[in-house]
Write a protein that binds this ligand. Sequence first.
Ligand SMILES: NC(=O)c1ccc[n+]([C@@H]2O[C@H](COP(=O)([O-])OP(=O)(O)OC[C@H]3O[C@@H](n4cnc5c(N)ncnc54)[C@H](OP(=O)(O)O)[C@@H]3O)[C@@H](O)[C@H]2O)c1
Length: 277
Amino acid sequence: MATDTDQDLASNQAAGGRRPLAIVTGASSGIGFELARCCARKGYDLLIAADEPEIETAAAALRGEGVEVRSVQADLSTVEGVDRLYAAIERRHVDALLANAGRGLGHGFLDQDFAEARLVVDTNITGTIYLIQKVGRDMRSRGQGRILITGSIAGFMPGSFQAVYNGTKAFLDSFSFALRNELKDSGVTVSCLMPGPTDTEFFKRADMLDTQVGQDDSKADPAEVARIGFEAMMHGEGDVVAGWKNKMQAALANVTPSSVLAEQHRKMAAPGSGDGR
Ligand SMILES: NC(=O)c1ccc[n+]([C@@H]2O[C@H](COP(=O)([O-])OP(=O)(O)OC[C@H]3O[C@@H](n4cnc5c(N)ncnc54)[C@H](OP(=O)(O)O)[C@@H]3O)[C@@H](O)[C@H]2O)c1
């Protein structure tokens, strides 16, 4: 029986004999790097992007998987950065878009620097949906493609002391299902990966190392989270919550009042809520 990737391969071979191509954003570290590795191991060539020069180090490591890897260093919170990544596709077809780049930001909203809060919105929402619209149009006109959006279980709960971030993930979780429905007869699938706390650079970058969630030693392994998301994308599933503990938390969030969820979030995300490490 032909697998999903076999079909991508077959269609690409008909179009010029190349491997299928996946774009992975935020692939310099964490979940995005592991998503890129999943793609490479399935035989996708890669176009990967992130904002810092480390993206080239990631590209060098991923070349070890035996596929073609190109990297773009671009600030994907900006229209120019997304345009630069899109231009780097050149004449190839994009078979899979893994829109994963994102950032968090701890502390109370009124104490946050507005430029940093805006960067969260512009990266997680504006840049993400701009890229999805550009690549999605190409996929729709070819009648084929897979889109994986990294949302979060954070989208199910008001994120006291991470309010803007959780709001962006609520947006993405919702957007993903809406776009999936709009494209249901188009040959393009849209899937949403919803991780819980995962052991990456995320909490350090969000200045949340003094919080309970930042110090939690039982965070998920990003390789496992990526594997779950990649498989959901390959099977064209609507969403996947990574891990049983997070599945339970997501189910409970549906039946818990928002005020209670906000109070629970305060306990894990308020500055100083960790044990002082
Ligand atoms: N870790 C968690 O607990 C968790 C839970 C649920 C969902 N998520 C989501 O998972 C995704 C990946 O995060 P992670 O946990 O793997 O954290 P991470 O290790 O910090 O990775 C974030 C990636 O996004 C890139 N990025 C951030 N801002 C960017 C920008 N403006 N332009 C281009 N690239 C940018 C980073 O590259 P640069 O270093 O070059 O900026 C990096 O490659 C995010 O969308 C995050 O919201 C994480």
